[in-house]
Ligand binder design. Sequence first.
Ligand code: ATP
Ligand code: RIB
Length: 308
Amino acid sequence: MGAKKKKITIIGSINLDTTIRTEQLPKPGETIHSKEMFTSGGGKGANQAIAAARNGGNVNFIGAVGNDNSGKALVELLGQDKIETKGIKQLESTRTGSAYVNVNDEGENSIIIYGGANQLITDEHIIEMNNLIEESDYVIAQFETNLSSIEKTFEIAKEMGVTTILNPAPAKRVIPKNIIQLTDILIPNETELETIVGSKITNEAELIKSVHAIHEMGIKIVIVTLGSKGVFYSIYNGDSGFVPALKVKAIDTTAAGDTFIGTFAAKLRSDLSNINDAIAYGNRAASLTVQRYGAQTSIPYKSEINME
Ligand code: ATP
Ligand code: RIB
C-alpha cells in the first residue's frame, strides 16, 4: 500500500456523550436504575475524524462548538489525535452538541442528540475554510450538522475535484437533490438505506435492489454497513460483493459505523483499486470498537489492527 497519507476533511458534529448502561432499554413511562454512567468524546463527525487520524489519515475538521467547557475539552481531544482544528469555531450563546446514549446488556443502544452548535454552521464559515477542503483527497459529511453546511462543503469539494463521502446518519427520509448530486460515495447502514429508498430490506435481493435505486439517483459507489454481517459494496457498472464482519462479542456498538467510515477512508486509494482491502480494514477496526464501551474511547489505533 502507498505510503502517502490520505488527506481527509470532515465537516461534522462534535458531541459530549453521556452513556448510561442499563440491563434493558427503558419502556415508555418506566423508571429504571443504571449500572454505570460515564462521559466521553462523541459526535459522528468527531468520531470519524479520530478513526481516520488513528489509522494513518491526515485529518482537518470543520465544525462548531458552544462557548462552554465541554466544547473546549472536545476540541482538545481532537488535537490530541493530531487533527487540524483551526476549522472549528466556538460560537457564543449556544451549547456544544451532546448525546445521551443508553446501552443495554445485549450491546444495543438508543441515542438522543441535542444539536446545539453543530446545527449553526454558516456558509461563510465553510467558505472561509475552503483551503482545507481544496487540499483534501476526501471530504466526509454526516447528518448531524445543518444540511446547508454539507451542501456548501460538497459544492466547494466538487469544484476542486475532491471526492465526497456522505454517511446519511441519523437517517433522513428526504435528502436534498443537490446533496445527492454532489455525493460520490454513500455509506449508510441498513436502516438508513431503507429510509432513503422507502422500502424494507429483508433479504439479499432487496438489499441489492435498494443499492441499485441509489445508483439510479446518480451515486457511483454505495457501501452498506450491515452490523454483525459486515459490509456490502457496489460500484456502478463495476464490482460488488459482501465483506463479512469478524466474529466477536459486541458489548457497545456506539461509533462502530464511525470507526468503519474513518478507517476505510484513511486506507482507500483515490483510484479505488484497494476497495476490498479498505473495507476489510474498516471491518477489523469496527470489530474492536464494538468490544469496548464509549465512542472515542473505543476507537482503535493502527497498531491494534492486524491485517494478515
Ligand atoms: P453505530 O450507529 O452503532 O455506530 P451503525 O449502525 O452505523 O453503527 P453498523 O452497520 O451497525 O453501523 O456497524 C458498522 C460496522 O461495525 C459493521 O459493518 C461491522 O464492520 C462492525 N460491527 C458492527 N456490529 C458488529 C458485531 N456485532 N460484530 C462484529 N462487527 C460489528
Ligand atoms: O455514531 C455514534 C455517535 O452518534 C455518538 O458518539 C453520539 O454522539 C451520536 O452522535
